[in-house]
Ligand binder design. Structure first.
Ligand code: UT7
Length: 339
């Protein structure tokens, strides 16, 4: 018999580090202009961690208001999934540390690595845990500290990426309920694995016996190629998930895409024929926060009153792997708690 249990969104929170890096600061430090950055990416400022602050700190800072928003601070989540490309350490996963610091005891906790698609992959994972009866209430956090892996002298990537975290709580519920997540469309293409990467530090480089070359510890991206594929994949994946749900683009009330670049966001919305006023974007204020970008955008949009109960919301993301994914949900009654 087909299971009728699914994951229902019931808590939401976000956190960004205090320090703001404006385009003017980058203009002073790098061979770029504030005008170029804003025109080519839509970004005006991004946040950056203080020395010693890391992904688990941001994850805890976002999870705390998310648990409060779900009405379960002081425990209650029985699994933790952390979507991140920038774990505190290569080993072990960062999620158990986050669970411990939140006082969640010995619940199952693990990381999901799907770069900028990490939040949508994490949603699918949480939905699986709940659907299979393994968990009743999952805390899904997406947290990133890209400033730790981007070369501060890299004028393009230093301009795009920001640090931050978003978190949601998902409880067991039924598919027709407001907040029920799904269907999903997920995909990957390892042929594009070199387009977004950190070459050094993994088993391939270490086992070669070859020391890392200078610069290989930093994040690199073939911007133009990734740009093209991001538009194509997010548009196609969005259509795929809408097809699965039997819905048309006109029936989408809010598109919440991964905040990669404002031009990419506008292009995806244009391909789908979704008007600008139905498309959520906060990239100007926080930059591209990779896996964390969708939950931070959801929290900011909810606080700004752009997400109303009953809105049909389409999430879509694309990033390194290559990996992409889309998901639908109907916006529930939700009290968003900020950091
Ligand atoms: O989140 C995960 C997935 N990531 C994405 O989806 C990001 C996808 N890519 C992008 O968003 C864009 O490709 C970038 C923002 C990375 C770059 O923008 P672009 O419009 O594609 O620029 P470009 O790489 O084609 O470079 C255009 C010019 C080049 O100069 P020439 O060769 O035309 O003389 C670059 O050297 O802009 C130059 N440029 C800059 N100029 C001033 C590149 N970065 C900068 C900069 N300031 N920061």
């Amino acid at each position: 018999m087909k299971s009728c249990r699914t994951a229902v969104l019931c808590g939401l929170g976000r956190a960004v580090p205090e320090r703001v890096v404006g385009n003017d600061e980058l203009e002073r430090r790098l061979e770029t202009t504030a005008e170029w950055i804003e025109r080519r990416t839509g970004i005006r400022r991004r946040h950056r961690v203080a020395a010693g602050q890391s992904t688990s700190d941001l994850a805890v800072a976002a999870a705390t208001p998310a648990l409060r928003s779900a009405g379960i601070d002081g425990g209650g989540a029985d699994a933790v999934v952390l979507a991140t490309t920038t774990p505190d350490r290569l080993c072990p996963a960062t999620a158990p540390e986050v669970a411990r610091r939140l006082g969640l005891g010995t619940v199952p906790a693990f990381d999901v690595s799907a770069a900028c698609a990490g939040f949508v992959y994490g949603l699918a994972t949480a939905t699986g845990l709940i659907g299979a009866g393994i968990a009743e209430r999952v805390l899904l956090v997406a947290a990133e500290t890209y400033s730790a892996i981007v070369d501060p002298r890299d004028r393009t990537n230093a301009a795009i990426f920001g640090d931050g975290a978003g978190a949601v709580v998902l409880r067991a519920g039924e598919p027709g309920e407001p907040g029920a997540v799904g269907p999903f469309d997920l995909g990957s293409d390892g042929a594009g694995g070199d387009l977004i990467k950190v070459e050094a530090g993994g088993a391939r480089q270490r086992s070669s016996g070859r020391p890392a070359s200078p610069g290989e510890e930093f994040f690199t991206m073939d911007g133009r190629s990734v740009y093209r594929q991001a538009v194509e994949r997010m548009s196609a994946s969005s259509r795929g998930v809408l097809g699965r749900a039997g819905l048309s683009c006109a029936e989408v009330d809010r598109l919440v895409p991964h905040q990669a670049n404002l031009r990419i966001i506008e292009s995806v919305a244009g391909h789908l024929g979704i008007p600008a006023d139905r498309c959520v974007s906060n990239i100007a204020e926080v930059g591209n926060t990779a896996a964390a970008s969708i939950p931070i955008a959801l929290a900011d949009a909810a606080v700004a009153g752009q997400l109303e109960q009953g809105h049909r919301v389409l999430l879509t993301a694309f990033g390194g792997g290559l990996a992409w994914g889309s998901c639908l949900l109907t916006w529930p009654k939700l009290e968003v708690c900020h950091d």
